[in-house]
Design a protein around this ligand. Sequence first.
Ligand code: ADP
Ligand code: ASP
Ligand code: MG
Length: 597
Amino acid sequence: MALIVQKFGGSSLANASRVMAAARKAIKAKQAGNQVIVVVSARGDTTDDLIQLAREITDNPPAREMDMLLATGEQISIALLAMAIATLGEKAVSLTGAQVGIVTDSTHTKARIRTISTNRMRQALAEGNIAIVAGFQGIDEKENITTLGRGGSDTTAVALAAVMKTEGVEGNKVDCEIYTDVDGIYTTDPRLVPEARKIDFISYDEMLELSSVGAGVMHTRSIEFARKFNVPVLVCSSFGDADGTWIIPEQSWMANTPVRGVALVKDEARIAILNVPDRPGISHQFFTALASRAIVVDMIAQNVSQNGKTTIGFTVPTEELKNTLAILTPLALELGAKVENSGEVSKVSIVGVGMRSHIGVAQRMFNAIAKEGINLRMITTADIKISVLVEKSEGIKALRAVHQEFGLGLVENNINPGDRHAKMGCSNTDLASITSRLPNMEDILVTEVTVEADQGRITAFHLPDHPGTCSSIFGSIAQVGIVVDMIVQNVHTNGVDLSFSVPSGNLQKALEVTQKWIGIHAKNATVAADPDITAIHVHGVGMRTHTGVASKMFGVLADLGININMINTSEMKISVVVDHDKAQSAVIALKEVFLIS
Ligand code: ADP
Ligand code: ASP
Ligand code: MG
């Protein structure tokens, strides 16, 4: 017998008729011969309303009590849904996170799951029940109620599917269905871009990146679970029967499309630290100070130094700006550096496994934005993602331009491969290694440290700060057929600095093209080439949501006295560029610290 975990979001339970509709979906799955677990969110705007209730008392509620309050939203939903199912003549039992045994750490309001017991759920299912579980909540070791962070019910659903798959279900056949108010994952948020199209299949990595750069349709951590435990996830509408979107392991045909989706974060705060002494360990100091106060740094762009000084640009959520400045300003002062608040920005990102092999993807993105007269405030790239910052007010315009540039609203974005299951590749061949991840199931999974030598880097300083600069430079580079790997662009009061890496064999050509471009367009700019750089990548799952990884990595390099020349972060990979002769010792130390044999 197969097991289906269904999850219903807030809008799917907003009134009595929707609760009844959800009950019917669960019953239908059961009557088709499956065991069924249903995970629910709080109804409608309940969680927001609960937060408002707390605000009426205090601006600064104790986190433990906040969790006690927030968890009530989901408790209402489980009871009502169980009643609805009973009314329709099926057996159901409602369970809180604590009753199931979802044990988390004690980080109230953003707790991470440690273990989940399958006993109670198995027992409920064996007795012929539909098991209804409150999403978003758990208990810590001292039995305090915890919550997983906003949107966390998705994570509960996928995590339950993962544990049931590994130790709860005969034959390990488990699907996870996320029912929501859209009929699947779209090329971008359909509320922002009406031409957005539904995607039939998306890889875990693409979904992980998209959700971490603003696609709020799935909780990022739920995709970490899906990927780590090989759970296929179907996202579909709770209001109809249309085919949804499957989130599955990467398939070779997915690379045919350069860009799978685009996303927007409407408001982030951008900070630049100028005149940072380019010595080992300096960035480590800044980011450790922020990590110790649980401030999640988002986009990091560290450029190559000039005259022994470098600029570090990064973003934080707007609500963290004040704290961030307070922490960094004295630190910067000690080092003779300067912290600059560069204002509120929007972040536009494109994601797709196909961009690894398609030339000129970055240039097309920059060009589409430049054509709208919008200036790029910062650029960072990662394996399957390119993010840019623009002025806050121009975010949606830039998003639409990029969506259109890649034809995401027009063409068939996804070849629908006939036989779904054959293409899904979620077989159980590696069950043993999956099971070994069950203790501390949400811990960071660092899988590999790899090195990419034979790289060269070009850096241009003092480029003109106006729309079209990067588009034009990368247009020239693409024209000669050179694949650009990492791009880091930082804008600050001293000008625009741009660095990018290319394969060694192309360095000379890329330098000539850049020099020629500067000769024509930017007389004050200077350019430098570095033939001997090496990129080191630490691979894993959820590398950015686990803030400690980057900090640990920078720490290891600082201890070895190794200077970091460029940094890039993504959900699957944190990359740094170091001098070639330091790479070997860095890799050995990193493998040691991340316990990779
Ligand atoms: P639920 O309450 O079911 O968890 P959410 O509000 O968390 O639902 O997520 C669904 C919403 O996510 C959609 O209504 C849509 O506006 C938004 N969204 C953002 N990006 C995307 C995307 N790429 N595809 C689909 N929906 C998206
Ligand atoms: N009810 C919680 C929230 O609104 C969890 C969820 O909906 O996933 O964030
Ligand atoms: Mg949600």
